[in-house]
Design a protein around this ligand. Structure first.
Ligand SMILES: NC(=O)C1=CN([C@@H]2O[C@H](COP(=O)(O)OP(=O)(O)OC[C@H]3O[C@@H](n4cnc5c(N)ncnc54)[C@H](OP(=O)(O)O)[C@@H]3O)[C@@H](O)[C@H]2O)C=CC1
Ligand SMILES: O=C1OC[C@@H](O)[C@H](O)[C@H]1O
Length: 335
């Protein structure tokens, strides 16, 4: 039975995700509706992606009984209201990262999903890439020995992307790019709560975080560090070091296809996407999370075992602490 998707908002990532869904067998995934704040834009998107139903409001999509799962592709501050809207309408939800602007928002969404017995997942698509699955396998086999340190970097000049520098839209590097680095560190250290968090960083002229470095001490004398930036290019790699060797996820670490383990290079090419256009790097890699959502729903799961809701809460807690440490507050923090 095909999983019936509703796409909420018609921006750049929504276009990429919809493009990917339409490469999948129609017997497994169908995009049955799309909604935007403006009907004409929704209709244009529907024409481009051959979607049968277009709405001029998210509310109308939420009421559409033919929609089983909503994909939330709005900008950060609009994730919470649209997630809550779709949950209230009984939809399963896949919400783009970061699911919330802060931990309070994430906890509100998690509580709502749990109280309604509905599936909710944060679209940390990185965790579903074969290269990252291979890293998890290497770690599980003890190939690197006793872990010591993990480092991650994600920086690119995004000063020409309005939402990335817009304080009112919770811009900056931490929520947008840093979350990828942090989720790697948390994944490697088993979703444990760090014992100590320290951070240094600079603000961009609009008040969002520009470049931030974070140090995280975990139980057992191990630690992780990351740097994210919206103005400076960084290596965009991840390295995991243990007493028996080093593993590296090569750039682009947030959507990787290459893993190096103790010097041995392994490639995990994306599925072919002939004549498909994407707004973001390795967009075809969203296929992995889309398949995962369907598998979860087929099993009757209410959250992903790969990116559990408690992990989304933990990531948000840590990002809250980092923002506090470097003096970045958003309007949502005042509630
Ligand atoms: N997984 C990945 O690789 C990526 C994930 N993302 C995530 O996806 C989300 C969207 O990013 P992206 O597609 O670049 O965003 P866009 O700039 O394309 O905006 C997405 C939608 O947000 C709505 N929107 C835009 N501006 C405002 C505003 N000022 N107030 C209210 N709503 C607004 C619009 O909805 P409407 O269409 O209804 O008008 C718009 O289409 C982000 O949260 C980002 O973190 C982004 C890029 C890559
Ligand atoms: O998730 C993302 O990945 C790539 C970046 O360019 C983008 O800003 C971010 O949202």
């Amino acid at each position: 039975m095909a999983l019936r998707w509703g796409i909420v908002s018609v921006g750049l990532i929504s276009s990429d995700f919809t493009t990917v869904l339409r490469t999948l067998p129609r017997s497994e995934h169908q995009v049955v509706a799309v909604a935007a704040r403006d009907l004409s834009r929704a209709e244009e998107f529907a024409r481009k992606h051959d979607i049968p139903k277009a709405y001029g409001s998210y509310e109308e999509l939420a009421k559409d009984l033919n929609v089983e799962v909503a994909y939330i592709g709005t900008q950060h501050p609009q994730h919470k209201p649209t997630v809550l809207l779709c949950l209230a309408a009984g939809k399963a939800v896949l919400c783009e990262k970061p699911m919330g602007v802060n931990a309070a928002e994430v906890r509100e969404m998690v509580a709502e999903a749990r109280s309604r017995g509905l599936f909710l997942m944060e679209a940390i698509w990185t965790r579903f890439f074969p290269a990252v699955e291979a890293l998890r396998s290497v770690l599980a086999q003890g190939t690197l020995g006793d872990l010591r340190v993990i480092r991650a970097e994600f920086g690119k000049n995004l000063t020409n992307v309005p939402r990335s520098i817009d304080w009112a839209q919770a811009g900056g590097g931490l929520l947008d790019l840093g979350i990828y680095c942090l989720q790697f560190i948390s994944m490697v250290f088993g979703g444990q709560k760090p014992e100590k968090i320290s951070a240094v960083g600079r603000h961009y002229e609009t008040g969002v975080d520009d470049t931030v470095s974070v140090l995280l001490q975990y139980p057992g004398g191990v630690h992780g560090s990351f740097t994210c930036s919206i103005t400076a290019p960084l290596s965009n790699m991840v390295s995991v070091s243990g007493t028996k060797g080093l593993a590296q996820i090569l750039s682009p670490c947030w959507c990787p296809t290459e893993l190096v383990v103790k010097g041995e290079h392994k490639e995990f090419p994306l599925p072919p996407a002939p004549d498909k256009e994407f707004n973001f790097t390795n967009g075809m890699g969203m296929i992995y999370e889309a398949k995962h959502v369907r598998e979860c729903l087929q099993k009757g799961l209410k959250e992903s075992p790969v990116i559990p809701l408690a992990e989304s809460e933990l990531l948000a807690d840590i990002l809250d602490e980092v923002r506090k440490a470097i003096g970045i507050t958003f309007p949502q923090d005042k509630h």
